[in-house]
Write a protein that binds this ligand. Structure first.
Ligand SMILES: [Ca+2]
Ligand SMILES: [Ca+2]
Length: 271
């Protein structure tokens, strides 16, 4: 916007007044337009079939926690969900008990996180001083509530990348796995439901599912006939590994595939 040469003459007649009004409107519009944030494209709904939440998306992108670990994907402040009847319910973090929190995730996951037969939302939520936590949102009597969450990592700009939501150890209870600090500590942590909420049941270091700036979380859950496995990359993001429970502990085995998009596709389709 070039403002060089802009001039304004004091109106002297009704005609001049109308022109002056037009100029003022124009001037205000021209001044305000560049200052207003560009309209962000709405994110697509993530959908699933079942009871409870059947669609979810993030809304209200902002810049309050400029971590930008996911490339151009910003943090967001609102989680919107729909139930099977199409009713929409929202949580605006700015209006809740943790108003500085943000959703720092690629997209919400619509999945039955606790095995009660009703679909929930699993996502990454971050505190500006304590970093990320994994959180579960559920519909309770028509309200969208944060039903459970893991502890925050403990430091600003520390992130986690969800990896799998399933009964990973075969005990009948749903488990949730993520890679904590996939660029630093590179630790796969598995949590399960116990009285009081999510409890850690296993961890394995030296794996990752994300590189700084990636706008995707790589790998994830597969079952190629040997039970549930989590596909991840090795610590150098060179080779692919399948991680599964071996008794009470996690064990990784090499898949003989490179950590490329094609390699992940092949691994996830049991190729
Ligand atoms: Ca559920
Ligand atoms: Ca389990």
């Amino acid at each position: 916007m070039l403002w060089t040469g802009l001039w304004f003459k004091c109106p002297k007649s009704r005609s001049d007044m109308r022109w002056a009004g037009a100029w003022i409107v124009c001037a205000v519009a021209c001044l305000v337009a560049p200052l207003a944030a560009p309209l962000a494209a709405e994110e697509p709904w993530v959908t699933a079939q079942g009871q409870g939440i059947t669609a979810a998306r993030f809304e209200a992108p902002d810049d309050s926690y400029p971590h930008r670990i996911m490339g151009t994907i910003p943090e967001r402040r609102v989680l919107a969900v729909r139930d099977a009847q199409g009713r929409e319910v929202r949580v605006d973090l700015r209006e809740g008990p943790e108003p500085d929190h943000v959703f720092e995730d690629i997209a919400p996951r619509v999945v039955d996180a606790d095995g009660d037969g009703r679909l929930d939302v699993v996502l990454v939520e971050a505190d500006p001083t304590l970093g990320a936590q994994l959180a579960v949102y559920s519909l309770r009597q028509g309200r969208l509530v944060k039903a459970a969450a893991t502890p925050h990592i403990g430091t600003r700009f520390r992130w986690l990348a969800p990896a799998a939501i399933a009964d990973l150890n075969g005990d009948g209870v749903t488990d949730i796995a993520y890679v904590e600090t996939p660029h630093l500590g590179k630790t796969l942590r598995v949590w399960s439901w116990a009285p009081g909420g999510l409890t850690e049941i296993a961890r394995l270091s030296g794996v990752t599912n994300h590189r700084i700036g990636d706008e995707v979380i790589w790998g994830g859950l597969r079952d190629c006939g040997q039970g549930p496995e989590i596909v991840v990359a090795d610590t150098g993001f060179q080779r692919l590994l399948a991680v599964a429970f071996d008794g009470p502990t996690l064990a990784a085995r090499p898949l003989g595939l490179r950590a490329t998009a094609a390699g992940f596709d092949q691994a996830m389709t049991c190729g």
